[in-house]
Design a protein around this ligand. Structure first.
Ligand code: NAD
Length: 296
């Protein structure tokens, strides 16, 4: 069973590392935050004194960090310390440009690399049911797959370096836009005197059907497990949705793609965050859209 080094033990990385321990891997972990290190130790990981120490002797390294800058700085520290022919996987959601720079660094040092951002949120991280969207060469992907299968239920090879991040950013742009569309429809339906359940019953079996409606309904009632029934506690925080929409905007401008609704969705979530709601679930945008005075 491979020895795995895990760097970045936050809301996502902590439970992902715990699932690797449960699956029988030796996990050597590091995080800047003391609380995250203690939790990982309680979950059965061995704690290293630094990221570079954690990767010594590891067959596979996983990073799960907040942004591209952190990933590049950690990879610059650890990749030169890794054995040739071993594998590094980045599961953070970051910009495509930084991902490609990280792959190039790994290649320079003879280390296999995969970008493997996830969808499924903290619930999927705990349950081991994440979807991994992977970019990298075929042999790197095949080496990564058995490890990713311990943390997720669907592992998709999307293409070469950066293709996983590309898929993640495009998927979340659809999600951000569709949540606003569903929220606008409920806000309009309320003013037209329709009940939430009536709109749900029609749209969920009609052409308006989508995940934002049927699995993650932004108003309380029709889907009991959605964050709307729990005061919009995340789930997936609005600030993370904004992060992903801004990554999509940057990616679009770098390749001259036209994404007018993606750009507009980013501006709506930015206003929501500026109004102090970045920590709420992103489906809370429905409460913002009800008030034309504050919503754009
Ligand atoms: P988080 O902020 O909870 O965790 C990030 C961890 O990285 C923190 O514990 C922090 O101390 C650590 N860290 C930062 N810089 C470091 C460094 N230089 N060395 C070592 N550790 C360092 O974030 P999260 O929610 O776990 O998200 C991680 C990534 O997953 C992000 O890129 C995010 O966009 C993505 N993601 C999050 C979710 C979600 O629902 N939370 C869903 C999908 C994807």
């Amino acid at each position: 069973m491979a020895t795995v080094a895990f760097i970045g033990l936050g809301n996502m990385g902590g439970p992902m590392a715990a699932n690797l321990v449960k699956a029988g891997h030796k996990v050597v972990a590091f995080d800047l935050a003391e609380a995250s290190r203690s939790q990982a130790e309680a979950d059965g990981a061995t704690i290293a004194q630094s990221a570079a120490k954690a990767v010594e002797g590891a067959n596979v390294v996983v990073t799960m960090l907040p942004a591209g800058k952190a990933v590049l700085s950690v990879w610059q520290e650890i990749v030169p310390a890794m054995d040739k022919g071993t594998l590094i996987i980045d599961s953070s959601t970051i910009d495509v440009d930084s991902t490609r720079k990280a792959h190039a660094l790994a290649s320079k040092h003879g280390v296999l690399s995969v970008d493997a951002p996830v969808s499924g949120g903290t619930g999927g991280a705990k349950a081991g049911t994440l979807t991994f969207m992977c970019g990298g060469e075929e042999n790197a992907f095949q080496t990564a797959k058995p490890v990713l299968e311990k943390m997720g239920k669907k592992i998709v090879h999307c293409g070469g370096a950066g293709a996983g991040q590309g898929a993640k950013i495009c998927n979340n742009m659809i999600l951000g836009i569709s949540m606003i569309a569903v929220s606008e429809a409920f806000a309009l339906a309320e003013k037209l005197g329709l009940s939430h359940q009536a709109l749900f019953d029609v749209a969920s079996t009609s052409s308006g059907q989508c995940w934002s409606l049927t699995t993650y309904c932004p108003v309380p009632g029709p889907v009991p497990a959605s964050p709307a029934n729990n005061d919009y506690k995340p789930g997936f925080a609005a600030s993370l949705m904004l992060k992903d929409l801004l990554l999509a905007k940057d990616a679009a401008s770098s390749v001259h793609a036209s994404t007018p609704l993606g750009v507009h969705a980013a501006s709506i979530y930015k206003s929501y965050e500026d109004a102090g709601h970045g920590g709420k679930d992103f489906s809370g945008i429905v409460n913002f859209l009800r008030h034309p005075a504050v919503a754009p």
